[in-house]
Design a protein around this ligand. Sequence first.
Ligand SMILES: [Zn+2]
Length: 476
Amino acid sequence: MKKVLTILLVLTQTLAWSQDNYCGTEMSEDQMTWLRNWQLENLSIAGSTREDDIIYVPLKVHVVGNDEGGGYISLNILMQDICDLNDQFAPTGFYFYIYEGINYINNSDYYNHDWLNGAYMMSENNVANVVNMYFVGDPAGNCGYFSPSGNAMAVANACAGIGNSTIAHELGHFFSLPHTFYGWEWGTPSLSEQEQVDGDNCVFAADGFCDTPPDYAPYRWNCSGPPTFTDPDGVEFQPDGTYYMSYSNDECTDKFSPLQQEAMIANINGPRDELLAYDPIVITDVDTTTLLFPEDLQENLFSNYAELSWASVENAEAYIVLVSLTVNFTAIAASIYTTDTSAIITNLLPEKTYRWKVKVVGEGNTCEGYNTYRTFSTGAETFSPTSIEDIDGTAAMQLYPNPVALGGMVNVTVDGQMDGQWQVRMMDITGRQVMNSTETMAQGRLQLEMPATQAGMYIIQLSNGDKFFQSAIQVN
Ligand SMILES: [Zn+2]
């Protein structure tokens, strides 16, 4: 018992420590050279070539979980984050949109990663010519970082809550912005490199932006009690905590400076112009949906097999289903991103009351609200199919052999022979998840290894963000 306690304590300390370091970004020499040159040519914004056009930026969202598919960031928070991000970047004209759905990755080494595994994660999963962002448990002990060599960002789920500015901060790095306290990350810079309050050395010292005042605080600080510093001229000052690129608390920050904005615009039109190669998206309004099944207050749903359905909505790109034990949806039991108009929830508790609602996601639009929630309750009885026909197979998915031997290989095919990446989930008849992984279908077929320990009926679900298939298999 004592040993368990010790391990728990160590774990707690590690986790508490892990987000102490706000940002792990080290800007590359290439980035800094580009920025310094741009700054020398753009000492003020008088020569701005700024247009009012919206710059659409494709954002590839990678949601990373552990090996068992646990620990994902809540989709509700993620959608709100992207919505807020577009408010934060509105003065810059950047509009981020989810590029081709969400990529789920289940890998414990990536979920809580060190620098090396973070590099592997990025090189294995980055999509070319878009902005890649990974939502993980622990990004190498930081709240987040941008890796110039990996050319992607990793953000801790715990630092990506609603109202965060970590995502905007890391994107600032991605588009060439250093910290406002640049140079102080590695100790006290020489006097000539310490930015003066009078602005005399603002072009050369620190971040090189003359419209961001001196900042010597390379640690988390709260704007309600800012630290006081003395500049090389002996002038006392307090840093400005409203900049996203500072380390002040998230709730203090609300801006990029005009020159920071201009630099990011020049960056996307220069070294990052591959991001501009896409057709502009059309930001679509979407209505809320109508929940179809179950009826409000319906009782005795199977906790291991609750099917929920809702009406299709015009212009919908996807739907997000949330199931929660609480009326304010703080305790999320299930959060599913789907292009389908139904979902089967397999991980509920028996004899509990749940609320559920569905958010409609339109192209470039993650901001619309949910419908009013409905309530249902689960019964004591769980779903235990006695025959394969009991499960509403779509008949468009074939499994063979079926039955299959314990630990045997089963071949999966679907109508249309849709090659590519599929999210595969397998549940036993109690609803317990025994597999959740990404598999590749090639030449219309993918192979799965069945559990080796327990015979019985299993449910296999395949989804690729566009199509959903489900069928049952008997393991003997
Ligand atoms: Zn940073």
